[in-house]
Design a binder for this molecule. Sequence first.
Ligand code: APR
Length: 390
Amino acid sequence: MIKNAAVLVVGAGPAGLVLANLLQEAGISTVVLERGSREHVQTRARAGFLGAHSAKVLTEHGLGAGMLHNGQSHGTCAFRYGDSQFELDYSTLGRSEVHTVYPQQNLVTDLIAAYLERGGDLRFGATVTGIGTASATVRYQDSTGTGEVSGRFIAGCDGSNGVTRTALPAGLVTRCGRDHGIAWLAVLAEAPQSMSAVTYAVHRNGFAGHMARSPHVTRYYLQVPANDDPAGWQDDRIWSELALRMRADTFGQLKEGRITERRIVRLRSDVVDPMQHERLFLAGDAASLISPSAAKGANLAILQAEVLARAFTDALVRDDESALNAYSRTCLPRIWRAQEFSHWMINLLHGPSGTGQEADFHRALHRTRLDNLRDCRAQQDLFAEHYVGI
Ligand code: APR
């Protein structure tokens, strides 16, 4: 039996856990229902780049100790294309902000511990199967059977394939989106970073990316055909293709290690509008899925959790629902800005394929776009502002 609470949070990812922590801090009772086990959510390797606003929210609400202690500050990214490479020290561009690199599973682990310390009620292995949007009721299934729990509000933080977004009535809500037709092989290697900066390589064979995760783990990406089978990518093949696309012979060899994860990520984006109906409010991937090209997913999730926590607090503590009513209007312009930048990054990182006049034309445009970023200070400032900001 799960006890009723003021806010029922579905999903224990960054969105649900930040929201639940902020509400507990404000003295509002919450319950979090999570389908997976604690071990599963605490070991699931996902994103790792926290923007300046995310770091601020976590720190201000007493959730940043692990990030501050173990995270690494990153302020440079590099682009390799043709025979050249350039670096952007974005810590000195735009708003002079940096990323904090802290693996998402570590953040989730910290958030779970903080939530339980704040007296939160977190149920693992509880799958939500139905939502009553008018009554703020959630039906769930766990190891003891099925149950129902009620609250004043429901927060749908269960990701893009979750059940809460399906509870929004089709006629009142629009959902637009795009499969970008691009897939990445996402690789985690037990190896230190090969370069000091996040590195994006544009190559005729496709994109390759290098991102720090921790002193002993590095994330790599390789653009692959959308229906490729990760099993076909043995360690040797991955390292030699990464070396080729990263031009390791010119810019330095990669630090190799055992590959612990290889999975295909399709680049997809979508936005639900409005993000709320009756007593149900969506946050994170449940409201808007964003392609990983600019590492915005977790940062958008934290931003929405912050906005929603404030709105729930106004409603429940001060009896003022104006911020809740404005929730979608507050979040959607920022979601769209992140979507726009993410889309711009997709176009920057993936060169045209094929041969012929049209492909050559697009290839020249693509090179010019990278040259502009290398040479034009105004472009660099704009890039930096969108790259770290939200
Ligand atoms: N019932 C209960 N829990 C559910 C259900 C369900 N029916 N469906 C999904 N969940 C849980 C998932 O198991 C998962 O733990 O909801 C959680 C959603 O968490 P995330 O997918 O991490 O989504 P979000 O919190 O919005 O995080 C946003 O971080 O790394 C990025 O790619 C990630 O961009 C995403 C971001």
